[in-house]
Design a protein around this ligand. Structure first.
Ligand code: BG6
Ligand code: MG
Length: 217
């Protein structure tokens, strides 16, 4: 049996429900640009970097822009997004996550963050959980976006573990693919219908026991 030693958590949609703020900020920008952007379209943006997300929105609206215009739009979206996440508090941590990570640490697992976000340090500090992580790998540290495994393989390396010793927790299809591309098991957080490529899917962490979950992998 494989001995797992490290748990790597995505941030947005796994630890905190920031996906709704990403959507609100993109929606406002899309409205201003006259692009019809729906919650269903937003699924495609999960786990995807800021610029790549905007390129998907432009594709939906069948629009083209210069690199400078795109950067300006991403800046605008991020300013609005940051104004939302500045309001986050500890109570915004998704149900059961805090206990799950603390229990895992007590059981000796090393904990890493593996997120595409460049705002992760602000979010972790607003939530007051920076100390939970033995390693933090985010959008400021990686060059390749999920489904490339870089964010997770770097996380494993920073934990001093082999890739196969780590388990990834993800709410996006791109992230689950990234975990598998890195030779890691993936626990999907969300709906079975969307995350059917994951090794196991849970709706959230509330009531989930670390040992029981890991035995299923
Ligand atoms: C991911 C989100 O975690 O981070 C994406 O799922 C987001 O929706 C990406 O685009 C980049 O985030 P940020 O905070 O750097 O714009
Ligand atoms: Mg996510």
């Amino acid at each position: 049996m494989q001995e797992y030693k490290g748990l790597i958590f995505d941030l947005d949609g796994v630890i905190v429900d920031t996906a709704k703020y990403h959507f609100l900020a993109w929606k406002k920008l899309a409205d201003e640009l006259g692009i019809d952007f729906t919650e269903k379209d937003n699924e495609r943006l999960k786990g995807v970097s800021r610029m790549a997300s905007f390129e998907i929105i432009l594709e939906i609206g069948n629009r083209k822009m210069s690199q400078e215009e795109k950067e300006e739009c991403c800046r605008k979206k991020n300013d609005l997004y940051v104004s939302y996440i500045m309001q986050l508090t500890r109570s915004d941590i998704l149900p059961g996550v805090d206990k799950f990570i603390r229990d895992a640490k007590k059981e000796g697992y090393k904990i890493a963050l593996g997120s595409a976000s460049k705002n992760s340090s602000l979010i972790l500090s607003r939530l007051g959980i920076e100390d939970y992580f033995d390693a933090v790998v985010d959008g400021t540290k990686v060059l390749k976006a999920k489904p490339d495994p870089e964010v997770f393989t770097k996380g494993a390396e920073e934990l001093g573990l082999s890739y196969g010793e780590c388990i990834v927790f993800e709410d996006s299809t791109a992230g689950i693919e990234a975990a598998h591309n890195g030779g890691m098991k993936a626990v999907g957080i969300g709906s079975e219908d969307i995350l059917n490529a994951a090794d196991v899917v849970i709706p959230g962490f509330a009531g989930i026991d670390v040992g029981t979950l890991i035995e299923k992998l």
